[in-house]
Ligand binder design. Sequence first.
Ligand code: HDE
Length: 713
Amino acid sequence: MMSKKPTSDKSQMAGTDTPDRANTNAKLDSLEKFRSDATGQALRTNQGVKIADNQNTLKAGPRGPSLLEDFIMREKITHFDHERIPERIVHARGTGAHGFFQAYENHSTLTKAGFLQDPGKKTPVFVRFSTVQGPRGSGDTVRDVRGFAVKFFTDEGNFDLVGNNMPVFFIQDAIKFPDFVHAVKPEPHNEIPTGGSAHDTFWDFVSLVPESAHMVIWAMSDRAIPKSLRSMQGFGVHTFRLINAEGKSRFVKFHWRPTAGTCSLVWDEAQKLAGKDTDYHRRDLWEAIEMGDYPEWELGVQIIEEENEHDFDFDILDPTKLIPEEIVPITPLGKMTLNRNPDNFFAETEQVAFCPGHIVPGIDFSNDPLLQGRLFSYTDTQISRLGGPNFHELPINRPVAPFHNGQRDAQHRTVIDKGRASYEPNSIDGGWPKETPPAAKDGGFESYPERIDANKIRQRSESFSDHFSQATLFFNSMSDHEKEHIIAAYSFELGKVEREFIRAREVNEILANIDLELAKRVAANLGLPAPTKGTVDARKVSFDHSPSLSQANLLPENIKTRKVAILAANGVDGAAIDAMKKALAAEGAHAKLLGPTSAPVKTADGKTLPVDASMEGMPSVIFDAVFVPGGAASVKALSGDGVALHYLLEAYKHLKAIALQGDAKQLQNLLKLEADDGLLQGKDVPALTKPFFAAIGQHRVWAREPKAKAIPA
Ligand code: HDE
């Protein structure tokens, strides 16, 4: 038998195609294009066979049994049977968007990372926001931490900044993560509760683990019920390093600050939204992008010079600590804009695979023991979630930086690797691909050569032992209404805990060490004896108040993208609607006209106005404010309509701005509501806009809160 002639080494070199291969590649490229648009195309099987009948299984006669032979039906059902992949073990519920990042200026003194050098360059990003506890189908507005994960597709490879909307974490060492997650997840016997932490196992764990105290008070604050994903801050949490071309390293903490300000829902609203619009956050982000209200965040860093590493009352490697902005201000680096919704949720948002270990030259890790553990966990989890080690080939994960290496095969390999040498060094494929030595620009990745001289031990550093000072700092820094919300949240959550010894332990051994007044108030709400002192000696810290932690100081400068409901019935003053809509549009805010039903309403002067929805279809909880125009007949109809009256009462209870024009002032008397800075009456729209918009700009009328408690939910 004649032996087959070996193919020439040259023809196998990467980048040198044989005519056959070039042909196949061209065919594959056109197939990609073909698959992305089904317009005018025939329905086919996965093998490309045209389907004549997609309605009926192949059967032995019209009333006979189905035949196993039906390869079309079997292929379709088999594929369907395997449509789901495992959801993320944490952060399963999420929503994503595309956008870009642009540096404000050249930051080469700080880092050699290419995407932070050129202010003219737009680096594509994909962001996924998430809740932590609940499954994929759980509600958006539950009390929980939010994930804030950003993938930068830089020319030097992907950089993932996988952060949260809170700057600290529950635990200090990665080895505790499975324990923490098992405790916060729904209880194992009945899988309750979905999406929340108000249950025994969570409070059992955190009351036994004082290092969680700081993060738990964040989770009991308004930060855990954000108004929208667009109004959340983001934090890298751990300390990282930035390294410049000279090899100088500095420690940094990453911060994302939304230009829309940072604000939250109120608790009753969050709970109602979880039922009335499970997709509230997802929908808000989607609609904002569709409307061209592109959400923006400024990326900044707190910079700590190497020589200042030990200048603080805490250890900067401890992920349960933040660095107050008043001590180390944030240096802005650039801005991220989200401007494109995904085409396909599964292909993009579900299959995106983040990993804190995805970094680029110019960025490096610190020794934070939580971060170090995360570097392992994310790639590992993708292997089971996405079915093998080739998840980087999925379109949403592919770097824009072209790459070659000797990694081959494995499940779901889609690249057709060319060449014979899948090893390095080689002489067959011209020695390619080769290493790149580190360099000031375009060099290979080099780890910061930190000197380590230590014993191999399992030990928590003594410098990680102060668990309460920063929880106290957080509580001290809150405004009065934020403090009340925190007390209410602990009381609500612990009130759901069945075991009294867990409630008592949290109050006496955790809360009493944060703030005695907080502990006493929660104890009173739970019917427990008031603690008289903490169980640990208070540490002396140099810093006990940080105004930048309070959302009261993080309001937006305008009312852009705020949503206002306009309630109308037949006989409404049409001119008032027009005037208010115009005034809102001029501020970049949005109005929706709501009627008693989805049918159009007639204005007092006989025009027909289509409504955006019925009042039940768009409940008050999805709006920032309510406007009721005059028109005697309309106001009379609303006065006798329980849904409309509830609408106003609910908006009032949730501390929203309400403007009543002309005859609509009767509604205030009818509902016996006291006027305040956000409950306004006016003869005409121009008289109302200034105070109304000012109240919307304050986000909520906090001074109303004590009175609003008397309003039935
Ligand atoms: Fe995660 N985390 N995490 N985490 N995490 C995951 O990775 C893990 C931690 C965060 O939208 C998982 O792909 C460990 C801190 C976000 O896809 C998993 C530890 C912070 C997301 C995992 C932590 C985060 C995840 C699950 C302690 C804020 C969602 C699915 C050592 C700085 C990313 C996945 C997305 C997801 C492990 C702690 C943020 C299991 C072991 C701290 C935003 O790998």
